[in-house]
Design a binder for this molecule. Sequence first.
Ligand SMILES: NC(=O)c1ccc[n+]([C@@H]2O[C@H](COP(=O)([O-])OP(=O)(O)OC[C@H]3O[C@@H](n4cnc5c(N)ncnc54)[C@H](OP(=O)(O)O)[C@@H]3O)[C@@H](O)[C@H]2O)c1
Length: 346
Amino acid sequence: MVTIKVAINGFGTIGKRVADAIDAQKDMSVVGVTKTGPSFGCGLAVKRGFPLYCTFDDEEKISSFAERGYDCKGGLSDLLSIADIVIDCSPGKMGAENLAKYKSAGVKYMFQGGEKHSLTGLSYTSCANHAENFNAQGTRVVSCNTTGLSRTLVPLFDFCGSLKVECTMIRRAADPGDSHKGPINAIKPVLQVPSHHGPDVMSVKPEIQINSMAVAVPTTLMHVHAIIADLPVGHGLSTEMIIDMWKNSPRIIVMNGKNDRIPTTAEVMEMARDIGRKWGDLHEIFVWEDGVKLVDDRLYYFQAIHQESDVIPENVDCVRALMGTEKDWRVSVSNTDQAISNYYGL
Ligand SMILES: NC(=O)c1ccc[n+]([C@@H]2O[C@H](COP(=O)([O-])OP(=O)(O)OC[C@H]3O[C@@H](n4cnc5c(N)ncnc54)[C@H](OP(=O)(O)O)[C@@H]3O)[C@@H](O)[C@H]2O)c1
């Protein structure tokens, strides 16, 4: 089996998780990760055995790593020269600048949800459009919210053939590792209506008609979505059938808030820590069974999203799509998730 050589540009919240998930797979390996300078994250790269490169090609910046005791192998260009594909995990809105570097190095490239669809003209979610991304030169893995919406809405759409959705994103104010975001004592409506989250689903599944509003609340654990979906007349579904559909779909966990005593995101994240993935991650979308209700043709439900980690396995599947090594998204998802479980000894 040929091993796909993956570079990771940006080793922060998403980059370090993607690096572990890639390292867990048999068919790909991490050839290097970048840091802008010798900060605490370099220690993790060294501990994990990931070759460390500088985000920039500047000699002075490269040598600053050695001054702090880190072995830096070179600049971004050196890393790109040994990679088949680069996963850009830089902070959002740096895409245009980085895209030019990837194109000039002739590597395939993947961006994250902080970039706009227009940067690549193509976006990715495993269950929605793996085939459309097959052998493409570059794409964007959609954001945590869009990934979460796609996980539950795409199977529903595939069954019904049409779907009209309104949703409210109740967003965590910051990642647990952020110290510069808020609010800490307020509820902050996103005064751009509709918010970008819902419509972004149409970048991977244009047939789903969807709009969203968003508010940021003072919590760092998870996002919660309150979703109303109108199914077509004659859909033939019941509440129980929809719950079963989600229980049988990959990367969705359905539990009963009352009976399982898991009523809030605090208990959901405690359950996630019990699973035993690193950082207490929850790759699955969490749906409260007793919060799902179909009234005539209108479906109501809540779901919770672990913002730092639901996109991680999607990045692995996306590598296989772009490299043209696995056409069946279900096979890729199964291989990805099994390898991650084995990696953490779960
Ligand atoms: N965090 C989430 O919950 C989440 C969820 C889904 C998607 N995303 C998206 O994922 C992307 C990365 O977000 P993140 O949360 O991982 O950000 P982050 O924690 O701030 O990490 C970004 C990393 O990139 C490094 N970096 C800075 N400038 C760079 C450049 N020009 N080129 C390459 N790397 C650079 C950073 O600096 P240092 O090397 O100095 O540390 C850091 O290591 C964004 O598009 C974001 O919207 C984030």
